[in-house]
Write a protein that binds this ligand. Sequence first.
Ligand code: HPA
Length: 276
Amino acid sequence: MDLLQKINAATSFIQSSCSEQPLIGVVLGSGLGGFTEEMIVEHSINYSDIPHFPVSTVEGHSGKMLIGRMAGKLIVVLSGRFHYYEGYTTSEVVFPIRVMQKMGIKHLLISNAAGGTNTGFKVGDLMVIKDHISFAIVNPLIGKNIDELGIRFPDMSEPYSKKLIEKAHQIAKNEGFELKEGVYFGVTGPSFETRAEYKLIHQFGADAVGMSTVQEVIIAVHAGMQIFAISVITDIGIREEENTISHKDVLDAANASAPKLTSLLKTMIATMELAS
Ligand code: HPA
């Protein structure tokens, strides 16, 4: 079975239990499960039941697709994502994004946990991603291009919607919290960065570093989606005196910022103009 057939089979399975057409997709990162408590879930589908879906292995990622309403809009949420470091192929990592594409998703909201490499950041900050650096990861478009899914050489001059970034700043202002903005540097993990690596990443012009998101965003650009992505800063790698880090630290910090992030995403969804 080729990739297109697998995408079609997974999508048909999902659509057989949901006849309505969501336009907004959400990918939740580490520790951000609280978001789903704010939605009215109409369908909850275990990844393990969806044909050809990989199965998530990381603690803190539950592995479900949820379809339901938030702020009155129908959304599809990936609660649990696939990371390259788990041993999945790039094609497996981005398979759920391809399924969302086939489902007709036009707007994608992505969250992640990331290490800060900007000295002005502190643990718990939210950073809107305005751009990324992808050369330390494997590009998921490598291989024969599937023209039905997108073009061979996608333009990457503005992967992250300026309009949605502006909207996020406006919401943060109205809700009274600070929102940082910066460049996200993608790595494969699973080891965290060495001190020299955090410094180099900072010198490259990145404000945060993380093990997800970039591959998903490249596919979403290929798919023509409008994209918004945001990081919870869970550690400050650039500061030598405080740069020891564990997965538990990451989850604790992400959980502590989850209410702020959930509130932001909810208001974004409430006020987004949808493609027709
Ligand atoms: N580096 C890479 N990925 C991460 C980090 C980090 O410091 N924190 C959370 N995810």
